[in-house]
Design a protein around this ligand. Structure first.
Ligand code: SAM
Length: 671
């Protein structure tokens, strides 16, 4: 059984609004019959209970660690507590310190409600604006937001106890918020306190407004010590305390191979490959203050990606599986990330994506998918052919799934932009060898030059096979050719990216890009006429009226007239990316050899890895959806901070998964 709750849209908050004597609107939950913050002294209460209760001004001022200070919260609500914590951090912490906020929320407010609630605090307006702009869709799961250069927020949408049990990361200070235990007994249950304890750093503190017996008992049973301290306003007392020795993390007992390698001090990381996987990893690390050398065999102007337009889009399985969860999380993350990275939309367009269902079988699949995944319409919905035609801007004859917030991207320009992130040094060069030692890694370039780095991220798609350490990971090259057509005057314009067999985004700079072919095992870089013919046939199959209108407008639509670009992507056998630490395959074969005889014979040895070596690869043709989130995952691991995915998804993406599968099936890895 999956440890993950269903992949669904969440019920949102149910609110009433009241106005205090200062004219500030404040929300009240009609579901819980309780207030989000005190109508009279909301700010003072937050500051007293959660900030002072956790001794944050003093702790922030003294924070010297390489990793960020981590706050965990049980009910995000309007975000007031965490915005105040952010302001307190800015006021007290040194300029190179970082803050990581993790908060759970079962009934998220809508964006408008959030804006209304936070308008009560004009001095928080800049911070509130940042949160409101990135406010995620109400979908169960983890949503990472970049609040500013040194502050990250992970919103874990769903029940607090469930979500904290899925959190991969540890917390320094807890804000134990949520409506009063008498009004919300379901949240304040033993599992919540147990999950908090298991996700605590040694010495982690907590503070809460309540002194209810159930809370005192629950905290004590989970290993926290508590004391009553003076409250504020009408609440005379509250609780604060800490946990000296949190319990060990036992979640990986059944799969010890996925135990992450311990963090190591890191000043400089080399990233090999400047396509979307490498360039986004470089940017994620640089944002955390790590010096990055980004190396690619191509020049900055033609960084390791070939296509001029790519669709930010995913294909989700009818039945929920880990791969679909990871891809949907990636899609939602990439969309937020693009809007934050490039608000002017020079590198991307939020056009939306229509996935046509051309056959009855496809239509049945789409219907079952939606029945299994009741997601908000802002994420995905079903359109009949007429509505699909309206969205597409041209006549389509099939119903479709509509992803109104999906997008198209200029991958080449995006990668070049990421490579210019402050803190990233771009180097042209071909890395031929990697040698790891106690102190770090030495990279040898084709000319013999050497580069030293504390850690290395390999992001060279199928060419990862050239390095000894990554050669055993099965990666298949997949050639893809995109066709290009310069549009004549009067050509019809598409309103969405349209996917059927292939994909076609709205034209950019007067050129229509469409394709792509998918040829596993083929690495030939030369453009082929027959591939243009195949792309054209696919375009006509999905969009016959569009192609007819293009012809009528005089477009040169024959394979001989088309130009194109060829790229080689990489795919793993199970079509999920490889993202994480590189396993020492030989050690795994030795340590877990018993699995070959009996898949239940788990040897409890933590997975041995090539310390300080990471891979982000096998993104196939969906790298725009998967690579930016994988970049954050790797950067978060390297910088010892909470991860932006639930632990079962982190394990699902682990590059060693095939080694174990092959051992169980009695196959030699990479055979
Ligand atoms: N910290 C908030 C702020 O700064 O605005 C106020 C929190 S409000 C008093 C309580 C929040 O807990 C609500 O947003 C509510 O939806 C959420 N909540 C209630 N039960 C929950 C549960 N079981 N898991 C996660 N969140 C829950």
């Amino acid at each position: 059984m999956s440890p993950l709750p269903p992949l669904v849209g969440l019920e949102t908050a149910r609110l009433d609004w009241t106005t205090n004597e200062a004219g500030q609107a404040s929300p009240l939950s009609t579901r819980f019959d309780d207030v989000y913050f005190s109508r009279h002294e909301g700010r003072a209460e937050t500051e007293h209970v959660f900030l002072t209760g956790n001794d944050l001004p003093r702790r922030f001022a003294g924070w010297q660690a390489d990793r960020p200070f981590v706050i965990g919260e049980t009910g995000f609500g309007t975000g007031l507590n965490l915005l105040c914590a952010w302001a307190c951090f800015d006021a007290h912490a040194s300029s190179d310190a970082r803050l990581h906020l993790v908060s759970t929320e079962r009934y998220p407010l809508s964006r408008d409600e959030l804006e209304r609630a936070l308008s009560a605090w004009p001095d928080l307006a800049r911070r509130a604006g940042c949160l409101i702009r990135q406010w995620p869709e109400p979908v169960a799961g983890v949503h990472r937001l970049w609040l500013d250069k040194r502050v990250t927020l992970d919103l874990h949408f769903g029940d607090a106890a469930e979500r904290l049990a899925l959190l991969e990361g540890r917390v320094d200070a807890w804000f134990l918020d949520g409506f009063a235990p008498s009004k919300n007994p379901e949240m304040w249950r033993p599992e919540l306190f147990a999950a908090m304890a298991a996700r605590s750093r040694p010495g982690a503190s907590f503070a809460t407004f309540t002194c209810a017996g159930v809370v005192k008992r629950g905290l004590a049973e989970a290993g926290f010590s508590w004391r009553k301290v003076p409250g504020i306003g009408r609440k005379r007392e509250m609780l604060a305390g800490d946990i000296a020795s949190p319990p060990a993390d036992t979640r990986r007992e059944r799969a010890p191979w996925f135990t992450p390698p311990p963090p190591r001090p890191t000043r400089h990381v080399a990233v090999i490959g400047a396509g979307i996987a490498g360039a986004s990893a470089a940017a994620s690390l640089a944002r955390r203050g790590v010096a990055v050398t980004l190396i690619d065999r191509f020049d900055r102007a033609e960084l390791g990606t070939t296509h001029l337009q790519g669709a930010l889009y995913v294909k989700l399985a009818v039945e929920t599986n880990l791969q679909s969860r990871a891809y949907l999380a990636g899609l939602l993350y990439s969309r937020r990330w693009l809007a934050h990275l490039d608000p002017q939309q020079a590198l991307w367009r939020p056009s939306g994506v229509l996935q046509l269902a051309l056959s009855e079988k496809d239509q049945a699949r789409q219907a079952s998918f939606l029945a299994n995944h009741p997601l908000p319409e802002s994420v995905v919905s079903r359109l009949d052919a007429e509505s699909a035609s309206l969205a597409a801007g041209i006549r389509v004859e099939a119903p479709a799934l509509d992803y109104p917030n999906a997008a198209w991207v200029k991958p080449l320009e995006l990668c070049a932009h990421l490579a210019r992130t402050p803190g990233v040094g771009f180097r042209r060069g071909e890395v031929t060898e990697l040698v790891g030692g106690e102190a770090g890694w030495t990279l040898t370039l084709a000319g013999g030059e050497r580069i030293e780095a504390d850690q290395v991220v390999v992001a060279t798609a199928s060419e990862a096979a050239r390095f000894d350490q990554t050669a055993a990971l099965p990666l298949q090259p997949v050639r893809g050719q995109v066709s290009q057509l310069a549009l004549p005057e009067g050509a019809p314009a598409l309103g969405r990216v349209i996917c059927a067999g292939g994909y076609v985004p709205p034209a950019a700079d007067g050129v229509l890009n469409f394709g792509a072919t998918y040829a596993p095992g083929d690495t030939d870089p030369a453009e082929r006429e027959e591939d243009h013919a195949a792309n054209l046939a696919e375009l006509e199959r999905g969009l016959p009226h569009f192609v007819a209108a293009l012809r009528q407008a005089g477009a040169g639509l024959s394979p001989q007239q088309l130009t194109g670009r060829v790229g080689v992507r990489a795919a793993s056998p199970d079509k999920s990316p490889y993202c994480g630490p590189v396993p020492d395959t030989e050690a795994w074969q030795e340590d877990y050899a018993a699995l070959a005889k009996d898949a239940t014979r788990v040897t409890h040895i933590p997975g041995r890895h090539h310390q300080g070596l990471w891979i982000s690869a096998a993104h196939g043709s969906r790298g725009l959806a998967s690579a930016p989130l994988c970049a954050e995952l790797i950067a978060s691991r390297i910088c010892d901070e909470p991860l932006p995915l639930e632990w079962p998804l982190v394990d699902h993406l682990h590059p060693g998964r095939r080694v174990i599968r092959d051992l169980i099936r009695g196959q030699h890895p990479a055979s």
